[in-house]
Design a protein around this ligand. Structure first.
Ligand code: ADP
Ligand code: MG
Length: 297
């Protein structure tokens, strides 16, 4: 797009206040002057301002426009010039992290169930279209006042990669990363999002207390193994061949996860364990999880 066309298209949106700062840049609330609708503008800051937007990234982004599902934040428009990229998204009221802050103490078990179901519906849709999220966390789950939950930033990790530091120079969180990725696995599959879903499920049930708030890769893995037990070779034969594999003591699993997540029903605990399986090949899929008895309670 030529600079003048870019400005013309930008002019369609009246920028309102800043709503967030994240991995890839700043997010603003804005109004579409043509139909008065409210949208979210995400200015993607490119690592290398000189190089412009890689064409591979643009191709990926264009594909994301085709993802249409009520539990996925719609990508409405893509504005780009040589140097700048602005993504126009459907606007949502708040993110799950802010929601946690607003409800101190406890989240109604029915709301936890509803949020998890919607998270899995969105995931199942994207996974069936061969799109991974790779960076699921409460800040990337947006919610509306009517109780709808939508996944934000789908597919951006593939287009841009996940940097070590955010735009705001905050360190990108490790808390939702599965052990295979922490051990340096380079082949990503849908199982990466399923681990993150388990961590988010436990966090919702604990009213916003993260399950594995590790401070670095080693601490993150230690926390995981102390709760779930260090995987044995028969449980996960491929583990020792991963690029960054490190030996850990042989921790035994906590006998009963309900001690750690007291507000989750036995069926909920049972489902949670299927997300939190260290071997990625044995982790439950979104589609399978939706059929679990926990959702019939
Ligand atoms: P990160 O990926 O690090 O969470 P983002 O760039 O996705 O950061 O956005 C930062 C914050 O901006 C989000 O956590 C959310 O609070 C807000 N935000 C992002 N997209 C939207 C949107 N479509 N509607 C409302 N708020 C949004
Ligand atoms: Mg985000």
């Amino acid at each position: 797009m030529k600079a003048i066309d870019f400005l013309k298209k930008m002019n369609k949106y009246e920028k309102l206040e800043k709503i967030g700062e994240g991995t890839y840049g700043m997010v603003f609330k804005a109004k579409n002057r043509e139909n008065q609708s409210i949208v979210a503008l995400k200015k993607v800051r490119l690592d290398d301002e000189e190089e412009g937007i890689p064409s591979s990234a643009l191709r990926e982004i264009c594909l994301l426009k085709e993802l249409k599902h009520i539990n996925i934040v719609r990508l409405l428009d893509i504005l780009h010039s040589d140097k700048k990229l602005i993504l126009v998204f459907e606007y949502c009221d708040q993110d799950l992290k802010k929601y946690f802050d607003s409800c101190d103490g406890m989240i109604d078990p029915n709301i936890v169930r509803s949020f998890l179901r919607q998270l899995l519906c969105g995931l199942s849709y994207c996974h069936s279209h061969h799109v991974l999220h790779r960076d699921l966390k409460p800040q990337n789950l947006l919610i509306n006042k009517n109780g709808e939950l939508k996944l934000a930033d789908f597919g951006l990790a593939r287009a841009f990669g996940i940097p070590v530091r955010c735009y705001s120079s905050e360190v990108v969180t490790l808390w939702y990363r599965p052990p295979d990725v922490l051990f340096g696995a380079k082949i990503y599959s849908t199982s990466i999002d399923m681990w993150s879903s388990g961590c988010i499920f436990a966090e919702m049930a604990n009213a916003g207390k993260p399950l594995f708030p590790g401070s670095d890769v080693e601490d993150e893995l230690r926390r995981i193994f102390k709760l779930l037990g260090t995987p044995t070779e028969s449980e996960w034969p491929e583990m020792i061949n991963l690029p960054d594999y490190k030996h850990f003591p042989n921790y035994q699993p906590i006998a009963n996860l309900s001690y750690v997540i007291p507000n989750l029903s036995p069926k909920g605990i049972y489902l949670l364990k299927k997300f939190l399986v260290c071997n990625p090949l044995k982790r439950i899929s979104a589609e399978q999880a939706l059929k679990h008895g926990y959702f019939n309670e």
